[in-house]
Design a protein around this ligand. Structure first.
Ligand SMILES: C[S@@+](CC[C@H](N)C(=O)[O-])C[C@H]1O[C@@H](n2cnc3c(N)ncnc32)[C@H](O)[C@@H]1O
Length: 261
């Protein structure tokens, strides 16, 4: 029996012995967590992964609040501090699967509920990912779509009212190769692509938020952002694991009509 099924059986046996409703709920969530162990996780690393998932407060919170993954809290924390998601805004979410950022967006923009007078929302949330994404009420989902392809970007512009957005988000991450420098340069390529798209899509004073992995290339990218936006901040939300090289660049106040190649 492998570690994953052994752990699953162990948790299940505790579950069936427990009479306490809260304990049963928690344990049943732990069983669900076991089911989501990535296929490529090997025994030692899958054990560590499982331990971390079970103990992670943001994993517990996301299950409790119905978010598709713990990443939701990174965006929630950034938004709480900088107030970037407002009703009436149109938002593009690049690299959106499984969808927790989109869940936050539709909720903050109130796109998941009808307008009081019953009319259609004039603004939209558009989410794109290479992977298959389940629908999210209030969002346009471009599933199994490569954001970097011009066809996808044209499709996004068609959905956006007037082809314009107030906020472009990128939580895109390439598949890790295991070679840090290579992965860093792949994510930088992705954010340059998102930024190029943002410069022709954002309204004046628009916001661009993207994830990068800390590397020398980030400095250069920040300089480019500085030339396009009035304020650029490096943000490391508490929900972002301390041992992760990930950080977010928040650029506000798009100067408009400034483009990059
Ligand atoms: C960290 S996950 C995003 C999590 C998401 N923000 C959430 O809260 O659910 C990174 C995603 O970027 C996507 N991605 C990477 N390259 C992409 C590309 N070229 N086009 C679209 N999505 C891409 C991956 O498929 C992956 O789902």
């Amino acid at each position: 029996m492998n570690l994953q099924s052994h752990t699953k059986n162990l948790i299940k046996s505790i579950f069936f012995k427990s009479n306490n409703a809260i304990q049963r709920r928690y344990i049943s969530k732990s069983i669900a967590l076991c089911k989501t162990i990535p296929d490529n996780a090997k025994s030692k690393s899958s054990h560590e992964w499982l331990q971390r998932q079970i103990n992670d407060v943001y994993v517990k919170k996301s299950r409790y609040h119905g978010y598709r993954c713990r990443s939701a809290y990174k965006l929630l924390e950034i938004d709480e501090k900088y107030n970037i998601l407002k009703t009436g805004y149109s938002v593009v979410d690049c690299g959106a699967a499984p969808g927790s950022w989109t869940q936050v967006v539709v909720n903050k923009l109130k796109l998941d509920r009808p307008l009081k007078d019953g009319s259609a929302h004039p603004n939209v949330a558009v989410s794109v990912d290479l992977q298959r994404m389940e629908p999210i009420k209030g969002a346009f989902i471009l599933s199994e779509s490569d954001f970097t392809s011009s066809l996808t970007q044209e499709e996004i512009w068609k959905i956006l009212p007037g082809g314009k957005a107030n906020v472009v988000l990128s939580d895109m991450a390439p598949k890790a190769t295991g070679t840090y420098e290579l992965d860093c340069s792949s994510i930088i390529n992705l954010v340059y692509n998102a930024l190029r798209f943002a410069t022709v899509t954002l309204k004046k004073d628009g916001v661009f938020l993207c994830k990068v992995w800390d590397s020398r290339d980030v400095e250069m990218f920040v300089k480019t952002l500085d030339s396009l936006f009035t304020s650029v901040k490096r943000v490391k939300p508490k929900a972002s694991r301390m041992d992760s090289a990930e950080l977010f660049l928040l650029a506000r106040g798009y100067k408009c009509n400034k483009f990059i190649k």
